[in-house]
Design a protein. Structure first.
Length: 509
């Protein structure tokens, strides 16, 4: 055995699997929060007297803070150390959740959601980068990222179940309070068992212009898509947000290319494989977020399911994601190139999505929705796992926080785009259908039937676009991602700041 391999083996943290439990728990909390609050929103709106015009801010305040500050959060994790950023992020998220649960008016609720986003932006990249620096053996890395990928993909659906249960049987406030035990257990466990490798911090001066430009640019982008959903794509403020975002992000790239210690070193995103992962993952999330929204409304409004029953209806998707990530992805990741998991995975998910274009008012759950959800889960789980691993593979340790933040940024921006874009398409198709058919409907029951048929027509029209988006994601993964299968031998990182860095897998091209 070479001296390099011996050094890599000695550097392996014996408590890494225990640490994974607490990292995964924290990730589950963050992902749950993205959907659990949606189920509780109608009850919270009524209790706090939030107007219909302002209710979107319960979701938007979180999305803006989280999406806008992710790159900054990743850089802070590199600067402070991932363990410290992780624990601080958990503590802050718990405090913000307590504030949200105790909210007495809309201002308090909006502020709590924004604070959750701020600390989530610190927590999420710290969690992923901890995995990147702690799991260095290719086979172990595959297992660890398989678990993480299953949680990242399936946690949103779990949130629908938990949110429905808490709202229906307890109170909407518990959708916030439930985060507190998650955060306390994860923080205590991480403090005791996480041992971050030495030498991986980036102690360079903080790039303040980069922080300001990236935060404002991402906030403008996310807000632009969020506003487009409610106000329309041609509305003046929406257009202004998109223009401002383009200008700010272009200025950000120009600054990053020149400053000595950039917030986002361009080497992180210009590397072919990572760029392909960020792009394909973002596109896949666009399709998935829109689908969650449509299926939730279809099951509750059209089929008349309760919130709890709706949540349980998503279980096959969760099972598929866990199977695809921990069984298919993990077992094959060290045997085949990542693109041969990502590309086919997105195509299998597209096939599941294609089945859903056949939805009608009286569609059978067992005959149509169940197989479609299984295919979606299997495909996404299989694709997510190698994507998550490859996004931080081969990154210099000093850049792992920022690289991890880019994964979360692509997901967050993808979610905002997916919700706005696909909802707009669905709303337009629904309006068109109702306009064409309502005049011929005789009686109130016939008119209600046309309304429901119009909604389903809108969902299926938007799902066709989602199918196309997943096919494009598969094409990008198959063409841009050209990394070979990871070697089972680990070597120490190279480059500035990596003298005592953790090992990363060799990639065979």
């Amino acid at each position: 055995m070479s001296a390099t391999a011996v050094k890599a083996r000695e550097a392996v943290d014996p408590g890494r699997w225990k640490a994974l439990v607490f990292i995964a728990l924290a990730q589950l909390m963050v992902v749950l929060d993205a959907t659990i609050v949606n189920i509780a929103l109608p009850s919270a709106q009524q209790d706090l007297g939030i107007s219909d015009g302002n209710r979107q801010w319960v979701v938007t305040a979180y999305a803006l803070a989280f999406g806008g500050l992710l790159l900054f959060g990743g850089r802070i994790a590199d600067l402070w150390g991932r363990k410290r950023a992780f624990v601080v992020g958990l503590a802050g998220f718990a405090a913000a959740s307590a504030l949200g649960g105790a909210a007495t008016n809309e201002a308090m609720m909006f502020g709590a959601r924004a604070l959750q986003g701020v600390f989530g932006a610190l927590l999420a990249p710290a969690a992923l980068s901890l995995l990147a620096v702690m799991f260095t053996d290719a086979k172990e890395r595959a297992k660890a990222f398989g678990i993480y990928g299953a949680i990242a993909g399936g946690g949103g659906a779990v949130g629908l179940i938990l949110g429905g249960f808490l709202t229906e049987y307890l109170d909407w406030r518990w959708t916030f309070y439930v985060n507190i035990p998650f955060a306390v257990v994860a923080a205590a466990g991480a403090w005791l068992v996480v041992r971050e490798p030495e030498g991986g911090r980036n102690r360079s001066t903080l790039d303040i212009p980069g922080v300001v430009l990236s935060t404002l640019g991402l906030v403008a982008l996310v807000y632009g898509f969020t506003r487009a959903e409610s106000e329309g794509w041609g509305e003046s403020v929406t257009v202004a947000m998109f223009v401002a975002s383009a200008v700010l992000l272009a200025a950000f790239v120009a600054v990053e290319a020149r400053v000595k210690a950039p917030l986002l070193p361009l080497r992180v995103i210009t590397e072919r494989n990572r760029g392909g992962v960020y792009l394909s993952l973002g596109l896949a999330i666009i399709a998935m977020f829109g689908l969650f929204l449509f299926l939730t409304y279809y099951l509750q409004v059209v089929k008349g399911y309760s919130p709890v029953r709706t949540g349980f209806a998503f279980l096959p998707m969760i099972a598929g994601m866990i199977t695809g990530s921990t069984q298919i992805g993990t077992r094959l990741m060290t045997r085949v190139a990542p693109r041969l998991l990502m590309g086919p995975g997105f195509l299998v998910a597209a096939l599941g999505m294609l089945l859903l274009t056949r939805m009608e008012i009286d569609s059978s759950y067992a005959a149509l929705l169940l197989p479609a959800m299984l295919l979606l889960g299997l495909g996404m789980g299989t694709a997510f796992m190698p994507a998550m691993s490859l996004s931080t593979q081969g990154v210099e340790p000093r850049d792992s926080g920022v690289a991890s933040a880019m994964v979360n940024t692509s997901q967050q921006v993808g979610g905002a785009i997916g919700t706005a874009l696909l909802n707009t398409i669905a709303a337009s198709a629904t309006a068109s259908y109702i306009e064409d058919h309502l005049a011929g409907a005789a009686g109130r029951s016939q008119q209600q039937l046309v309304q429901l048929q119009g909604q389903v027509q809108g969902y299926t029209s938007a799902i066709w676009f989602a199918v196309g988006i997943l096919v494009v994601a598969a094409a990008i993964a198959l063409t841009l991602v050209n990394a070979g299968r990871p070697d089972v031998t680990a070597v120490t990182g190279s480059g500035q700041g990596a003298e005592e860095a953790p090992a990363v897998p060799v990639v065979v091209h």
